[in-house]
Design a protein around this ligand. Structure first.
Ligand code: GTP
Ligand code: MG
Length: 602
């Protein structure tokens, strides 16, 4: 909650002016019944005789001098007065709605901006922990809850108490006996509020959690729509969604069931109070107690009672909104407070003959136990060298290269880039040195150029075309109807696997990185295209240190050195010819791929 007020700080002026404007509206609303009393009692019932009403006689005296006045004069004068007050009240009301909306929406905007930048700075491990669905709910639905609450708070902060106190004051100053009605009605309302809200409030945070789950399932199924269709698992996935959806509905239903009691109880209490007022008023009128009871004051009292009880309803709404906002702001707070695990250092520049060096590196994924994914890794990669990494699936190749741009931090040992430990680098500077082509190509909706330009914001047309040529992508891009301006669907859905890989490579090479990491990025290419790609990378990127993961011997054979990974550690590291003689693991891979000495795959 403190956080909400902190975010409201820049809009202090709006936050203060909103309740003040609301005060104007409430005062206007409270005045109206009093004016109506004069119309009824003096204008209609007493034929223009205002002597019974202090307000009536004062106003008429100021406007028309001493009486007598006709009944029409009184009705029109007070009618016009009511109209003017309604207009003034309306003006205040609209202004308050404007300022409150402005303050709360600006707060929402700031909160979303900060939450977004925090989400972007979270490490992969933290994002995984929150889950994508939950992060999306927090950034959208939860922030909306907070915004709604702020707006309601600014408007109701004075409205409800003023209606309550003001209404009670007006009621009692008109006739003390009406107080009895409130004395009976208020405890009933208080007990109901206590019972209902006491049970509903804890349910709100559960509702948000259930919503997270629905979002997660929807997200998974929408992004994985092709898999769902391919495995005809619509029914199974549908069931999973139905379960999450039904769960959300049940909890929401529980809350609404509780809330459903409120409105009827309020209506019953309100109508009972109105009947009581008519009864008390009527009885006093009949028995002419000299209590000053008039038809007009009975009508006014009815309006005041309605306003007082409505103010309690408003408080209920605010309390509901508070409890929702509290649950939501806690969830937003969790995102905003999660300090990035990967903290940036401050080294911006460094050069060394050894581009990448891993010393006694060990690694396990956060919160996992058992055998580490990587252990005792020692590797020096020289500037301009091409190092290939080969190994069985799941042996730790991706995990190893993930340590270089600090997607994760090594648990043991140290990773160096250009002689400086990666932890000491400014993260941006470190990641600028490196171009990483992920194992799973990720493209974004936009044009071909846009996607390649992600690698280098200020890349010229020539640079983009050059990068596409190096990545062997120019041929298929020129086949598109709009060439480089062709639109690519979300996640590159409109491209083939091999096209996506080449687009990702073009995006990586456009910035001419010092270090290029290719994580199995040519797996979907045919051997001829792959060979062309390797040749063009070699000629275009002579000074670049290339680390290339591959599954095929043909892909790694020409590398300067090949590191063979087995069970999370480097078994051997040497050029192809030497490995063929010294490494049994490498020979096994070779033989399994080449058949009985055949050259089928080459
Ligand atoms: P391929 O890409 O299939 O050739 O395998 P790889 O050699 O790249 O293996 P990778 O480094 O991706 O995985 C090594 C081990 O780490 C495997 O046993 C995985 O189960 C595990 N692993 C990979 N990614 C994660 C992750 O994000 N979290 C956790 N907890 N474990 C992971
Ligand atoms: Mg991998």
């Amino acid at each position: 909650m403190k956080r909400i007020f902190h975010y409201l700080k820049p809009y202090t002026f709006l936050a203060i002016i909103s309740p003040l404007l609301m005060m104007g509206e409430v005062i206007a609303d409270l005045c109206l019944p009093r004016l109506m009393t004069v119309i009824v009692d003096c204008g209609i019932a007493a034929n223009g005789d205002v002597s019974s009403s202090k307000l009536g006689s004062t106003v008429m005296n100021i406007l028309y001098g001493a009486g007598p006045y006709t009944s029409m004069q009184v009705i029109v004068t007070f009618g016009v007065l009511m109209l003017v007050i309604v207009l003034i009240g309306g003006f205040f009301g609209v202004s308050c709605a404007y300022t409150a909306a402005r303050a709360s929406q600006s707060l929402g905007n700031d909160l979303r901006r900060d939450a977004y930048s925090r989400v972007m700075s979270l490490s992969i491990e933290q994002t995984d922990k929150f889950t994508t669905g939950s992060l999306v709910t927090r950034m959208t639905n939860d922030i909306t809850m907070v915004v709604d609450f702020t707006e309601m708070f600014l408007r109701m902060l004075v409205r409800a108490p003023m209606f309550f106190v003001g209404g009670l004051f007006m009621l009692l100053t008109m006739n003390v006996s009406f107080g009895i009605v409130m004395l009976c009605a208020l405890p009933v309302m208080a007990i109901m509020l206590f019972c209902v809200l006491g049970r509903a409030i804890p349910l709100y945070s559960t509702v948000q959690k259930k919503l997270d789950r629905v979002n997660s399932v929807v997200q998974e199924n929408v992004t994985g729509a092709r898999v769902v269709k391919a495995y005809v698992s619509e029914e199974h996935e549908g069931k999973r969604f139905d379960e999450a959806n039904a769960d959300l509905m049940d909890t929401n239903f529980k809350v609404q069931k509780l809330m459903a009691v409120m409105h009827p109880v309020l209506t019953v209490v309100m109508n009972a109070a109105i009947i009581a007022i008519i009864y008390i008023g009527g009885w006093q009128l009949d028995n002419a107690f000299g209590t000053g009871m008039t038809t007009g004051s009975i009508m006014a009292a009815i309006t005041y009672v309605t306003q007082i009880l409505m103010s309690i309803m408003m408080v209920t709404m605010v309390l509901q909104s508070v409890s929702r906002a509290m649950a939501s702001s806690k969830r937003i707070g969790e995102v905003l407070d999660s300090a990035p695990v990967i903290v940036s250092g401050d080294v911006k520049e460094s050069k060394d003959d050894i581009a990448v060096s891993l010393k006694n590196v060990g690694f396990r994924y956060p919160e996992t136990h058992g055998r580490p994914v990587l252990h005792d890794i020692n590797l020096d990669i020289k500037r301009g060298e091409t190092l290939a990494i080969i190994g069985a699936t799941g042996s730790g190749k991706t995990s190893l290269v993930n340590l270089i741009p600090r997607f994760y931090d090594a648990v043991e040992g140290e990773v160096f880039v250009d002689g400086v430990p990666v932890k000491e680098y400014d993260l941006e500077a470190l990641r600028h040195k490196i171009s990483f082509v992920l194992q799973k190509s990720e493209l974004f909706s936009g044009t071909v150029s846009d996607n390649i330009r992600m690698g280098k914001d200020d890349a010229t047309e020539e640079e983009i075309q050059m990068a596409a040529r190096t990545a062997q992508a120019e041929h298929f891009i020129s086949g598109f109807s709009d060439g480089f301006e062709s639109y690519i669907a979300e996640k590159g859905a409109s491209l083939s696997g091999g096209q996506k890989q080449r687009m990702s490579i073009a995006r990586a090479v456009v910035r001419k990185p010092e270090i290029l990491i290719l994580d199995d990025s040519t797996s979907a290419l045919d051997l001829a295209t792959e060979a062309k790609l390797r040749a063009s990378l070699e000629s275009e990127m002579k000074d670049t240190t290339v680390i290339m993961i591959a599954q095929r011997i043909a892909s790694v054979k020409n590398a300067d050195r090949i590191a063979v990974i087995e069970d999370g550690t480097i078994r051997d590291c040497a050029p192809h010819d030497i490995l063929m003689e010294t490494s049994a693991t490498y020979r096994d891979i070779y033989n399994s791929q080449m058949g009985n000495g055949g050259q089928a795959n080459e």
